[in-house]
Write a protein that binds this ligand. Structure first.
Ligand code: PBG
Length: 335
């Protein structure tokens, strides 16, 4: 549809931009705190806050400190946090068995957070990379990431996470068929209400670099993830991935990374009209922080503008390491 507009001089688009109040009145999109999901890194120990060098302002937190972070999220009105583990090297092996240990870091953290701050949602990744000595999201046999054997591992992992009280499972592994397997397992084991936010369109991206540092997977990773994560050249394929995941029982879908893939977010929303989320990933955070630290960008304005861009593209929400800063800015608290 071509927008109707009177020709100049009767039509003057600048009339609606002259003052703050009229700009606010006609704004098409708004960023709210309820749009934000805050990813947090969890590690062992007590009262530990260990900064991640490649993510300035982001730390690995021991479980007690992660509970404090969840309380901060509640105070700020952030609806949901995503937990990622920094697994001790001794707990990693080629089968990634720690992934379905009910007492692993994220499962213990989930129980602690749900007990202390029940009103905040907890999202957990379903993928083997934080637990695999090969650094891959799936099980590796003779250098190949094997699909169907990985599905059995993901099923066990998803069930212990649901058992721990996780509200949203985020399969981020990109194995074929995983949503159907996990959804069926949840039904069979009486977790009918566990939400699945599928990392449906997840690209093989260099922008995950700082995250892999944060979870300690950088050194472990052998090769790349191009045989399961998507090729940056493809857009139509993302729609097929999303269609498959919805048909298999996903409640919501995610596009990842965020800003370089805004076209995919927009197409996903237009095509399917289901809840679509974007993950503004670690490399995107690091870029904004590096430019801000050099005085090249205004941090606060850049954060809010990039997050609003996701809303304009049609996203219902955004996972962002800037969630607490954005929440403070939106609510007008001193950051
Ligand atoms: C694990 C996973 C990754 C991210 C989220 N879950 C890394 C990867 O796939 O290598 C990246 C998040 C970020 O970069 O902030 N499968």
């Amino acid at each position: 549809m071509t927008p109707l507009a009177a020709p100049f001089p009767h039509g003057r688009p600048r009339r609606l931009r002259r003052t703050t109040w009229i700009r606010d009145m006609v704004a098409e999109n708004r960023l709210s705190v309820s749009d934000l999901i805050w990813p947090i890194f969890v590690r062992s120990g007590e009262n530990v806050d260990e900064p991640v060098a490649s993510l300035p302002g982001v730390s690995r937190l021991s479980i007690d400190r992660a509970v404090e972070a969840a309380k901060l999220a509640a105070d700020l009105g952030i609806p949901c946090i995503a937990l990622f583990p920094y697994t001790d090297e001794n707990d990693k092996n080629p089968e990634a068995t720690e992934a379905w240990n009910p007492e692993n870091l994220v499962n213990r953290a989930t129980r602690a957070i749900k007990a202390a701050v029940p009103g905040v949602g907890v999202l957990l990744d379903v993928a083997l990379d934080p637990y695999s000595s090969d650094g891959h999201d799936g099980i590796v046999r003779d250098g190949v990431i094997v699909n169907d054997e990985t599905l059995m591992a993901l099923e066990k992992m998803a069930l212990v996470q649901a058992e721990a009280g996780c509200d949203i499972l985020g399969p981020s592994d990109m194995m074929d068929g995983r949503i159907g397997v996990i959804r069926a397992a949840l039904e069979t084991h009486d977790f009918p209400d566990t939400i699945i936010m599928s990392y449906a369109a997840k690209y093989a991206s260099c922008f995950y670099g700082p995250f892999r540092d944060a979870v300690g997977a950088t050194g472990a990773l052998k090769g790349d993830k191009k045989t399961y994560q998507m090729d940056a050249a493809n857009g139509a394929e993302a729609l097929r991935e999303i269609a498959i995941d919805l048909a298999e029982g996903a409640d919501m879908v995610m596009v990842k990374p965020g800003l370089p893939y805004l076209d995919v977010c927009a197409r996903a929303k237009l095509e399917f009209d289901v809840p679509v989320f974007a993950y503004q990933v670690s490399g995107e955070y690091a870029m904004l922080e590096a430019a801000a630290a050099n005085g090249w960008l205004d941090r606060e304005k850049a954060v809010l503008e990039s997050l609003l861009g996701f809303k304009r593209a049609g996203c219902d929400g955004i996972l962002s390491y800037h969630a607490p800063l954005a929440a403070q800015l939106i609510e007008g608290f001193p950051a």
